[in-house]
Design a protein around this ligand. Structure first.
Ligand code: ADP
Ligand code: ADP
Ligand code: ZN
Length: 221
């Protein structure tokens, strides 16, 4: 199963991606996570990505496409994959289609998680992440057991530097302009599934699971 998770920043893509990847046993590929890992490792890619991420802008397509294509060629993606945060504009989507087509593949489904703008801002500004293991929390809706400490590895939680209100407004603007057109793009290909992301984490996951199981019965790819 080859799946893309689409949705504005803060919609719950990363949260759902972990659950979907586990349920369907496919690798979770998050371009945002790859850039943040490179930033922590202080690589050239990390330094370059940071310039864009801090401003809430997209990292250039040539860089992003190459990273995704390298990752998709790894053995574990043979059985399928879950892309989270990629593609994020039409040129990336076209590149992904071309890459898959050249290998006789295509996407099984694009899951579009829809959340109202007000809720997005609450979700992003309340998000806290573990800088060591990458786990995600929310100060109100999914707090850690001990204040500000990661349940999984005990590290102190942080707020992503691009989750402060100023960057959030810019990221939402970039989403509207660059990423939202992908809804039409994939609707035309008849693979878009809309999911109401305003529900609880577990309810959203149940809806996604139903959609994907329905799709898999017809999965001829
Ligand atoms: P994205 O990857 O789309 O930016 P995340 O999965 O990181 O979104 O979620 C953004 C924030 O909202 C996180 O703090 C997360 O804990 C919280 N969150 C995710 N899904 C829900 C939900 N269904 N209801 C309430 N809060 C949620
Ligand atoms: P969110 O979880 O809030 O949706 P991400 O973790 O997906 O955010 O992305 C964080 C930042 O990483 C983006 O604002 C952008 O700078 C960069 N980024 C992530 N994915 C892409 C992509 N597909 N193309 C270009 N830039 C990206
Ligand atoms: Zn942790």
């Amino acid at each position: 199963m080859r799946v893309v998770l689409l949705g504005p920043p803060g919609a719950g893509k990363g949260t759902q991606a972990l659950k979907i990847a586990k349920e369907f046993d496919i690798p979770h590929i998050s371009t945002g996570d790859i850039f943040r890992q490179n930033l922590r490792d202080n690589t050239e890619l990390g330094k370059l990505a940071k310039e864009y991420m801090d401003k809430g802008l997209l990292v250039p397509d040539e860089v992003t496409n190459r990273i995704v294509e390298d990752r998709l060629q790894k053995e574990d993606c043979q059985k399928g994959f879950l892309l989270d945060g990629y593609p994020r504009n039409i040129p990336q989507a076209e590149e992904l289609d071309k890459f898959l087509e050249e290998r006789g593949h295509s996407l099984t489904a694009v899951i579009n998680i829809q959340v109202e703008r007000e809720a997005l801002i609450d979700r992003i500004t309340g998000r806290r992440v573990c800088p060591v293991c990458g786990a995600t929390y929310h100060i109100k809706t999914s707090p850690p057991k001990v204040d500000n400490v990661c349940d999984k590895c005990g590290s102190e939680l942080i707020q992503r530097s691009d989750d402060k209100l100023e960057s959030v407004v810019k990221r939402l603007e970039v989403y509207e302009k660059e990423t939202k057109p992908l809804i039409d793009y994939y609707t035309r290909k008849d693979i878009l599934v809309n999911i109401d992301g305003n529900k609880s984490i577990d309810e959203v996951f149940e809806d996604i699971k139903k959609a994907l199981l329905g799709d898999r019965r017809n999965d001829i790819h």
